[in-house]
Design a protein around this ligand. Sequence first.
Ligand code: FES
Length: 159
Amino acid sequence: MNEDSSVKTSTEKTSSPVCVGTEDDLKKQRKTMVTVHGREVVIFCHAGMFYAMDCRCYHAGGPLHLGEIEDFNGQPCIVCPWHKYKITLATGEGLYQAVNPREPSSSPKWRSKGVKQRTHSVAVEGGNVYVTLSDLDCRKDSDYYADKFNKRINYPVKK
Ligand code: FES
């Protein structure tokens, strides 16, 4: 087997949806840690919607399944229990507040650091919840801690 075919096989293997539980159970639990193709993923149920993201925070690997969900700037976020970073559930963006130094009297505004945390897609079918891992070829900051904590998965390496 050459390297190209092994990369393709690994990507194909991790892109298939995995059933992570029933809709009812995950709604009751609100935050559930599961393993999808050897990767630690947390499933959030918030305001009737499901969200999935890598369990380890992009900042220093904090356990996001132990954080609290709060709304910031109209977006539901998980607040990391270690250093209180805010991560949007829908996109994995890191949010922070800042004041424009050129306008000293202005109040702090919410801003985005960009997508820092890897999120995954969630689908509900027949009362079961399925997670499909996002494209692992496109690296996110949180992958460093996902790699560190998930030694069992082989990430495709781009050349
Ligand atoms: S580890 Fe999450 S905020 Fe530091």
